[in-house]
Design a protein around this ligand. Sequence first.
Ligand code: HEM
Ligand code: NAG
Ligand code: NAG
Ligand code: NAG
Ligand code: NAG
Length: 522
Amino acid sequence: MSRTSSTLLLLFVLNAARIDSTREPAAEQLFKYFENESKQSTLTTSGGNPVADKSNILTAGERGPLLIEDLIYFDEMQRFDRERIPERVVHAKGAGAFGYFLVTNDIRPYSKATLFHPVGKKTPLVARFSTVIGERGSADTARDPRGFSIKFYTEDGIWDMVGNNTPIFFVRDPLMFISFIHSQKRNPVTNLKDFDSFWDFITLRPESTFQIMRHFSDLGTPDGHRHMNGYGSNTYKLVNEEGHPVYCKFHFLTDQGVRNLTADVAKRLEADDPDYSTRDLYNHIASGDFPSWTMYIQVMTFEEAERFRWNPFDVTKVWPENEFPLIEVGKMVLDRNPTNYFADIEQVGFAPSNMVPGIEPSPDKMLQGRLFAYQDTHLYRIGVNHKQLPVNSPFRSPVVNTIRDGPMTYTDNQGGAPNYFPSSFSKRSGCASAEQSRYRVSGDVARYNSSNEDNFSQPAMFWRDELSDYDRTALVNNMADHLSNAAPIFQDRMVKNVFEVDTKFGQMLHAALIRLKPKHLF
Ligand code: HEM
Ligand SMILES: *[C@@H]1O[C@H](CO)[C@@H](O)[C@H](O)[C@H]1NC(C)=O
Ligand SMILES: *[C@@H]1O[C@H](CO)[C@@H](O)[C@H](O)[C@H]1NC(C)=O
Ligand SMILES: *[C@@H]1O[C@H](CO)[C@@H](O)[C@H](O)[C@H]1NC(C)=O
Ligand SMILES: *[C@@H]1O[C@H](CO)[C@@H](O)[C@H](O)[C@H]1NC(C)=O
């Protein structure tokens, strides 16, 4: 059979098999694409030069060696050799989608940010959900917090809300973050996840107890990305048109309802369907069942912050909702899958430092530490001009600055506009409404020890008031299952820490550990 007739036969087979609505949308992607590829096109090299034969390598004689003049082969292979960019140092495995934010309640009394008013305003966005510790190919249903990132393309440029599915975090000092992550990544010698380093760190930092309890409850294994809440977690500042500031927390509550997986189901899915959450998100959006989240803020005045019985800038603690009620802001809807995963989701860079007038940092140490880290890693991971990529570009607010050049300049590099400021050749000026709020700082410059702050009273409230008997048993069993693999010294320390939370909790964990045998005995 000639090459042409075999191509025709392939076309015929694909056409006949094209529509199969019994298969999930994710499985039908190639058929959907093919449906629209109407026009015949010529294969080319990356330089656009037509290619005659893309299946047979150029050789000297039928069984002879290759030739360096096989430009088609070298063109493809060199590009293939460079296909990957570094994966994210954390949150490497994720899924994302596009959508919009719709304002339902005007919060102008608190924030002048233009995306929050008037009621009915829609702002385009991209969202990404992720696990934290696993590599890019790791399972979606791992016990881990889930990242919850939103990039709002506002009229005032990008606002990135880079949160998690938990309102709190493990540590409260950014200098601790690096060790906290290392203790869960692979052991430098064995290249295995190391139970001892994990539990050593956790038990030495009792401020992690609250988050560890959420982590080992069934909340630690959400049922896909649609069935979880998102939280800014850190404390931010909102500033209104009069320049009046308040502190604030961001919440995105799922309209699909919170659903968790039990440990058994999560573990089974790790083997059977490691991309469970990615698949679930893609298929629901592809079939028109658009997931949504309602956004709320909690507000705390500066006076309330001074009187608050906890440090309002301590990310290991929540602001109780009965004292700081949720105020509705709007709705986030995801209605469009990425057209290309790498371009849209792998290359997206979310950074807490991408803020708009009306939203500012608070003194939350973890937030301040994050303001530096994300842009810094993007310069390395995606490159110095990553903000020119379509998914990262503030396309609704033209960039007017004096920054130029760098590898892969993709735009017109701001043409002939002066690259210095002030300049007699520029009509560019500052914008008074973008001025950041003033605040006073005082105190000695020092490294303040934050480990002495109350570690256990909120974990105790969580245990007593939020968990059912079922939840408590699941939490204890899930924790013991993991902890039993650590050396006895770390088991003892953890039992001692949870006794500080609640005597019953300590007794239950102790009993569960006695029942369990470590899995990795030699
Ligand atoms: C000092 C504390 C922290 C530091 C230094 C830090 C640093 C980082 C870095 C370097 C990345 C990789 C970013 C990339 O490659 O694009 C990242 C990702 C991420 N972090 Fe953090 N992180 C911290 C705490 C937190 C907290 C408290 C939250 C949640 C409230 C959070 C949420 C996320 C999310 C959601 C991502 C993934 C973003 C995406 O989807 O691309 N991180 N973090
Ligand atoms: C195919 O084309 C139709 C009509 O233009 C469009 O609605 C649809 O989104 C396209 N599908 C894909 C997968 O590009
Ligand atoms: C911080 O305080 C704790 C508890 O008092 C203490 O154990 C620790 O050594 C202190 N750390 C530093 C660096 O001073
Ligand atoms: C909190 O944890 C630190 C150790 O990081 C400990 O020294 C301190 O006593 C704890 N504070 C309370 C109030 O339990
Ligand atoms: C999810 O897990 C948490 C913690 O165990 C529990 O409080 C909550 O009720 C669970 N939700 C569902 C719907 O199972």
